[in-house]
Each structure stands twice: as structure tokens, then as C-alpha cells.
Design a binder for this molecule. Structure first.
Ligand code: AP5
Ligand code: ZN
Length: 216
């Protein structure tokens, strides 16, 4: 099963992606995570991506499309499919991915749309903390670690993302409305989208996501 998860910044895509990929044994392909790993390895791609990401802007389509294509071509262990998290997020990316995947084993089966009011997102973004070591996602209020600043899973140090500021969030929301909303409409027309109310406790959202994935 190949799944696409969509939603605004802080909608809970990463939180659900961890659960989905574990339960269905599929690969997690998050373009945001790939860019962040390129940044921490100080590659040329990382340097380029950083200049956009820190401001909340999208990385140019050509760069992103090429990166995803190469990532999919070199997947070491293809598992039972994949979950694309954060890609495609412009109409150009959706068309490029369609060209690459249509009629092949890479075609998308379902799109999960995580929906919630923009007013909720600021609290999600500013309260988010991540484990430097294993990537586990926390929130100071809704999913606090047992010990402040320390990961429950691996004992790693928690950090805040550079683009998790109110200023950058405004730009990210604007990018989402202008560039990503049309992608959702594109997949809706194909009848692939399952709409999820993402403004519920994490466990309830997870129940709804599983029901949507298991429904024909
Ligand atoms: P990316 O990494 O994809 O970030 P994003 O889309 O802004 O989404 P987030 O990771 O911020 O949020 P999320 O939905 O995963 O929420 P999470 O589960 O963490 O992209 C970052 C940047 O990379 C982009 O701005 C762009 O520059 C670049 N980029 C990436 N892909 C690109 C592409 N295709 N093209 C061009 N550029 C690209 O949850 C958020 C918080 O809320 C957490 O603290 C969590 O614990 C909490 N939470 C989650 N669910 C709930 C719940 N149900 N109730 C209460 N709290 C919850
Ligand atoms: Zn950890």
C-alpha cells in the first residue's frame, strides 16, 4: 500500500506517520526529515534547503522532485509500500510524481488529509520538541516527556526545530494555502482522499486514520 499524508504544518503528519509505518510495515519518506538530515550532514543540498526552510518557504520543485525520485530508486528495503509525508506539496510536484508513478508499483492508493483549524496550529508548533537521537515527537503540553528535555524512548536530548517560530509559521501557512491546498483538490478529484479530523486527542486521530486506511 502506498499512502500520502497531507496537512498543514503541525497537523500531526509526523505523529501519525510513525504509527502508520510501524503498523503496516511500510517505508516512511518525509521530505522534511530528508532535508533536515542533509542539513545536519552539511551537504550542498542541505545548504540550499536550509536557506528556504529557516524562513518557512518551500524548497524549489526541481530540487525536491529529483531528491524524491532518487530516494525511491535507491530504497534498500522496499517493505510493503511507502508513506509519503510532506510530498507532493505543490501542483508541479504532484504532476511530476504522477508522471513517475502512474501505472507502476509507485502509484498512490490513498491520501490521508489531516484537517484542523489554523488557529490550533501555533500552539502545536511552538510546543513541539523532538529527540535529537531517535526523532520521537513530543509536545510540552499534549505529549510531554516524563523528564524535561529527555526522550522517554532512548534518553536522547530534546530540541526545538529552527522553523518552529511564530514568524516562520505564518510563511508556512501561507505556502500551504497557496501551494498545497491545490494538491489536495487534485487528489480529491481522483477520489483518493480520506478526510480526518486532526483536532482530537492523538489516540482518537489514530483510530480514525486506521479506519480510513482499512475502508475500501
Ligand atoms: P515538514 O518537515 O514537512 O514540516 P511541516 O509540513 O511544516 O509539518 P510539521 O513537521 O511541522 O508538522 P507535522 O504535521 O508533522 O506535525 P507533528 O506530528 O510533528 O517541512 C519542513 C520544511 O521543509 C518546509 O517548510 C519546506 O521548507 C521543506 N519541505 C519539506 N517538504 C517539501 C516539499 N515537498 N517541497 C518543498 N519544500 C519542502 O505534530 C506537531 C506537534 O503537535 C507535536 O508537538 C505533536 O506532539 C503535537 N500533536 C500531534 N498530533 C496531536 C494531536 N492530535 N493533539 C495534540 N497534539 C498533537
Ligand atoms: Zn529518542
Amino acid at each position: 500500500m502506498n499512502i500520502l499524508i497531507m496537512g498543514g504544518p503541525g497537523a500531526g503528519k509526523g505523529t501519525m506517520s510513525a504509527k502508520i509505518t510501524e503498523k503496516y510495515n511500510i517505508n516512511h519518506i518525509s521530505t522534511g526529515d530528508i532535508f533536515r538530515s542533509e542539513i545536519s550532514n552539511q551537504t550542498d543540498l542541505g545548504k540550499l534547503a536550509k536557506s528556504y526552510m529557516d524562513q518557512g518557504l518551500l524548497v524549489p520543485d526541481e530540487v525536491t522532485n529529483q531528491m524524491v525520485k532518487s530516494y525511491l530508486e535507491h530504497l534498500e528495503d522496499p517493505k510493503n509500500g511507502f508513506l509519503l509525508d510532506g510530498y507532493p506539496r505543490t501542483l508541479d510536484q504532484a504532476l511530476a510524481f504522477n508522471e513517475l508513478s502512474e501505472g507502476t508499483a509507485l502509484a498512490i492508493d490513498k491520501v490521508i488529509a489531516m484537517e484542523l483549524d489554523f488557529s490550533v496550529l501555533a500552539g502545536r508548533i511552538t510546543g513541539r520538541r523532538l529527540c535529537k537521537n531517535c526523532g520521537e515527537i513530543y509536545h510540552l503540553v499534549t505529549k510531554a516527556p516524563k523528564k524535561e528535555g529527555v526522550c522517554d524512548v532512548c534518553g536522547g536530548e530534546l530540541y526545538q526545530r529552527k522553523d518552529d517560530t511564530e514568524e516562520s509559521l505564518k510563511v508556512r501557512l501561507d505556502e500551504y494555502t497557496k501551494q498545497t491546498q491545490p494538491v489536495l483538490d487534485y487528489y480529491d478529484e481522483k477520489g483518493l482522499v480520506r478526510h480526518i479530523n486532526a483536532d482530537q486527542p492523538i489516540e482518537q486521530v489514530w483510530q480514525d486514520v486506521q479506519a480510513a486506511l482499512e475502508m475500501e
